[in-house]
Design a protein around this ligand. Structure first.
Ligand code: PEP
Ligand code: MG
Length: 588
């Protein structure tokens, strides 16, 4: 990552990770979590009433701000509005006479301390109490209580909290870090682009940005230094470059690059109705990954054959309570109906601390902790609600159920038993469900699962290879840590061998196998994946056109020959070279 000063201008060029393609030219908007300032002092007895009044004034003010946000949230796309609504209502309740507010007032009186420190102490006590119980739901409440506490302290300090309200027109959001839940609130029509200091290419924030089609660069060191928040900013999501205060020449160059980019996107969109067929006649299934209801339109217009991965985490984001079976059913059925007979692969909750802060167990290492299928099986009521909702949604069109982070066939057997039991119960109650029961598949994303893929294939109806986590766990590299992003490489021979191994196991067992990690959307790697035996690729809708274009230009037999050669290599540099050579020969 480098910074350079252009002559005669304040232009700052910063390089980071090319997280979501496209070019944004916008106005800087700083989005910071910001450090809370918490002064601590004692209050003389004679001034306690005054301090109590200062606190209740702050609580009323924080409630008013939340109320305002609630009104603004109503203008968001419907699903986001609903999610934000739940969350903000819960905050409002906490600010109006909850245990938190009563506890703070009691503390000011009994401990004779200022309101800010009383808030901090009260929050620590409540959160500690919640943490003592090993329960994901309560852990989520703890995060909310901290959030409400921060709002109270900001109101007491008279500092404001700005999420994405009051964005300048054409905002280029610059942040130290953005959670996937925050990213889900970005509105593609209001936000030109996004750049952050933290985050990796395969982080869920990056995935969310790609699915929203917002040009983004993550992992930009020193991004916020000296940024006031009104500068012109260029975000080149294809190159991974952010330019702050561009010179007139740079601006002109980027305006024409942007026009060219838009033109090429239009050309790719023209492929939407054409089949994804290789020069030698092999048809490939191209499906879309979905993370938000608002993306359905782009899935359909990009010509996807269906949804290969519906990440159901959106149902659990930005809220304080878990969604029940009915609510999940309504949301899933909406997808299924919208896809009009195209298959929808619904993945059960893949909660991990990275995606849903608070809903995960607070383990030492969340990536290796109680997450995904493990979390769902530990809380059978959570899994049952998901499965019942999926089965009911399956009455409206074809679905498949996909289990994340599967480690052994016991987990699949347990879920299948549960699914059969739930199906019987729903049928007894004459509730319409998928008939026959939907295929039950597993994500291959743990190296141990890939190595024992034969055993898993015997119990599963299909495989979906999650190369994002498979790469992370195989190479021991955190996919969302920018400090090791340069080492994250799905072209490591170990990763490729695991993909090959699991693909072959699926083909031997005659079950469908797809790749749905970010590799699937990289047109540069399409030949390699086809050569490894993959015939089904699921990706962010934005990549469907370029992957289809590549498929239509290549011959499968040439891809297979080149892949054999690639699989003989022992280092990623030669693998990369062979891939680039293959693509150069295709000439797309
Ligand atoms: C993966 O790990 O490759 C995958 C598709 O799942 P997610 O990115 O949601 O972890
Ligand atoms: Mg994964």
């Amino acid at each position: 990552m480098k910074t350079s000063e252009a002559k005669q201008s304040r232009e700052r060029v910063l390089d980071g990770l090319a997280a979501a393609p496209g070019i944004a030219i916008g106005t800087a908007h700083r989005h910071e979590h910001g450090q809370l300032h918490v002064p601590e002092y004692r209050i003389p007895v004679g001034r306690l009433e005054e301090e109590l009044e200062r606190f209740s004034h702050a609580a009323r003010q924080a409630a008013r701000q939340v109320d305002d946000l609630l009104n603004k949230a109503k203008r968001l796309p419907s699903a986001a509005a609903e999610e934000m609504g739940y969350l903000l209502e819960a905050y409002l309740q906490m600010l109006k006479g909850s245990r938190l507010v009563r506890g703070v007032a009691a503390r000011i009186k009994s401990e004779r301390i200022n309101a800010e420190s009383a808030v901090m102490r009260e929050i620590s006590e409540i959160v500690e109490g919640l943490a003592a119980v090993d329960d994901a739901y309560l852990a989520a409440r703890a995060a909310d209580i901290r959030e409400v506490g921060s709002r109270l302290i900001r109101a007491l300090n008279k500092t404001t909290w700005k999420p994405f309200e009051q964005l300048p027109k054409n905002a280029a959001i610059l942040a130290d870090e953005l959670s996937p839940a925050d990213a889900a609130l970005l509105h593609p029509r209001l936000v030109a682009g996004l750049a952050t200091e933290a985050g990796g290419m395969e982080s869920h924030t990056a995935i969310m940005a790609r699915s929203l089609g917002i040009p983004s660069v993550l992992g930009v060191q020193g991004l916020l230094e000296g940024v006031k928040g009104t500068e012109t900013v260029i975000i080149d999501g294809g190159l991974g470059r952010v330019i702050i205060d561009p010179s007139p020449e740079t601006l002109a160059k980027y305006r024409s690059l942007k026009a060219r980019y838009i033109k090429s996107r239009r050309q790719l969109a023209g492929l939407a109705s054409l089949p994804a067929i290789t020069q030698d006649g092999e048809t490939i299934s191209l499906l879309a990954n979905l993370e938000l209801p608002s993306e359905v339109e782009s899935v359909l217009s990009a010509g996807a054959e269906g949804v290969g991965l519906l990440r159901s985490e959106f149902l659990f984001m930005n809220r304080t309570s878990l969604p029940g079976e009915d609510e999940q059913y309504q949301a899933l059925a909406q997808f299924v109906r919208a896809l009009k007979g195209r298959p929808v692969t619904i993945r059960t909750l893949d909660a991990g601390s990275e995606k849903l802060p608070g809903l995960d167990s607070v383990g030492l290492n969340p990536a290796l902790g109680l997450r995904a299928i493990r979390l769902s099986l530990k809380h059978p009521e959570l899994m049952e609600a998901q499965l019942a909702a999926c089965l009911r949604a399956g009455a409206h069109g074809p679905i498949r159920i996909l289990l994340p982070m599967v480690m052994n066939s016991g987990e699949v057997i347990a879920v299948r038993e549960m699914m059969t039991r739930i199906a019987k119960r729903l049928k007894r109650r004459r509730i319409p469900i998928a008939d026959p029961l939907p295929p039950l598949g597993v994500m291959i994303e743990i190296p141990g699962a890939a190595v024992t893929a034969d055993a898993l294939a015997a119990q599963s109806d299909f495989f979906a290879i999650g190369t994002n986590d498979l790469t992370m766990y195989t190479l021991a590299i955190d996919r969302s840590d920018e400090a090791v992003a340069n080492l994250y490489n799905p072209l490591h021979p170990a990763v490729l061998r695991l993909i090959q191994f699991s693909t072959e196991a699926a083909l031997r067992a005659r079950i469908p196998v797809s790749v749905c990690g970010e590799m699937a959307g990289e047109a540069r790697l399409t030949g390699l994946l086809l050569g490894l035996g993959i015939r089904e690729l699921s990706m962010a809708p934005i990549h469907l056109g370029s992957v289809k274009q590549r498929i239509r230009a290549m011959s499968l037999s040439a891809a297979i020959r080149r892949t054999r050669n690639i699989m003989d290599q022992v280092d990623s540099a030669s693998i990369s070279g062979l891939i680039d050579g293959f693509n150069a020969e295709i000439g797309v």
